[in-house]
Ligand binder design. Structure first.
Ligand SMILES: Nc1ncnc2c1ncn2[C@@H]1O[C@H](COP(=O)(O)OP(=O)(O)OP(=O)(O)O)[C@@H](O)[C@H]1O
Ligand SMILES: [Mg+2]
Length: 354
């Protein structure tokens, strides 16, 4: 639904210095999914989202939204610029600080994009009321933004973003100005809209919780590049994935030398208990649980457990194979033997251990 190819943005700052905010970003967001881009401040997240709807002209690379090459449209003459405007009206945008006009009522704020598109008054009015109802603010149509809470303002921002019946909604830190409770309700609203309207959502955030709560897929950005991306379950199944580790931290160190430490990931709580005891009985080994976590990620319950088996990895090839045969995902975190070279991050591993 959204594809960027080799997207690059270089800003010329005042002193003549060049800042590469995006450095060859290839992003692929599928239709109907909620895709989260996470990264630290300055990673290039806002630049990415502004380039996706051509609020910012990319230095090079291409952006395609709903099959339309926006970068090609932006590069051509007047006729194309009308087409670009139309294409952009099908992309909704939600901002961190809501960007509402304080002198206009809530309803008039929602009508604004329709006014710009030249939609007649009665139709605009009907649409705005319908959207306010959709975001749960039917009774605030005549209020002014100043009379609303942060969460309500963001609901108005979302209603306004939906005015042009977009297929795609872009959100730049839509919840970072809100408290945790309100954040949850706005994320829930985005999720509902995604499901009800089949809306594709690309959101950027620096909060892992946001990704955990609503994203089907995620990408990690650093210094203008995408370091990792995939569906949440693909990421969780990728040994050594930074995002998976952040989404799902389990910790615990080996209790001594000659131990094998593995992370077992499973879906649903019940599945693993019997498997672990079976493992213990079948191979007559003592298994210690070093750490465990259960969480709901993208609406699915997932668990991860870090366990320790006696002996080096070579001695545990068969038990590890047994766990994999049960359909569990097993990442070998390493053995406590000094022969495994020290590395940063949670997983030095599999290739070393294999
Ligand atoms: N208009 C601009 N002119 C010059 N440099 C810019 C401009 N906009 C952004 N940058 C620079 O580009 C880099 C990426 O900025 P960007 O706003 O995309 O990051 P971000 O990931 O959204 O950060 P944050 O989480 O703080 O919002 C930064 O180094 C920033 O200083
Ligand atoms: Mg930003």
């Amino acid at each position: 639904m959204i594809t960027t190819t080799g997207l690059t943005k270089v800003y010329q700052s005042r002193g003549g210095r060049e800042v590469t905010a995006l450095d060859g970003v290839d992003l692929h967001v599928r239709e109907g999914e909620v895709f989260g881009v996470i990264g630290q401040s300055g990673a290039g997240k806002s630049s990415l989202i502004r380039c996706v709807n051509l609020l910012e002209r990319p230095t090079s690379g291409a952006v395609t939204v709903a099959g339309e090459d926006l970068t090609a449209l932006a590069g051509r003459g007047r006729r194309a610029s009308r087409e670009l405007r139309e294409a952009r009206s099908r992309i909704g945008m939600v901002f961190q600080h809501f960007n509402l006009l304080s002198s206009r009522t809530v309803k008039d704020n929602v009508e604004l994009p329709l006014e710009i598109l030249g939609v007649p008054g009665a139709q605009r009015s009907r649409k705005a009321l319908e959207l306010l109802d959709l975001v749960g603010l039917a009774d605030k149509a005549k209020s002014y933004p100043g009379q609303l809470s942060g969460g309500q303002k963001q609901r108005v921002g979302i209603a306004r973003a939906l005015a042009g019946d977009p297929k795609v909604l872009l959100s730049d830190e839509a919840t970072s100005a809100l408290d945790p409770e309100t954040t949850r309700s706005i994320l829930q609203l985005l999720r509902d809209l995604n499901r009800q309207l089949g809306l594709t959502v690309l959101l950027i955030t620096h909060e892992m919780d946001v990704v955990k709560t609503i994203c089907d897929s995620a990408a990690l950005m650093r210094k203008g590049k995408i370091i990792e991306s995939g569906t949440v379950s693909e990421l969780l199944a990728t040994p050594g994935s930074e995002l998976a580790h952040e989404l799902f931290p389990v910790s615990g160190d080996a209790s001594g030398a000659d131990r094998t430490v593995i992370d077992v990931t499973f879906h649903g709580e019940a599945a693993t208990q019997p498997v672990i005891s079976q493992l213990s009985r079948t191979y007559n080994i003592d298994i210690s649980i070093l750490g465990a976590a259960m969480d709901t990620i993208g609406g699915r319950q997932i668990g991860r457990m870090r366990i320790e088996l006696p002996g080096r990895y070579e001695e545990n090839v068969v038990p590890v194979g047994f766990l994999r045969e049960q359909g569990l995902q097993v990442d070998v975190i390493g053995t406590a033997v000094a022969s495994v070279p020290a590395q940063n991050g949670p997983a030095p591993v599999e290739e070393v251990a294999k």
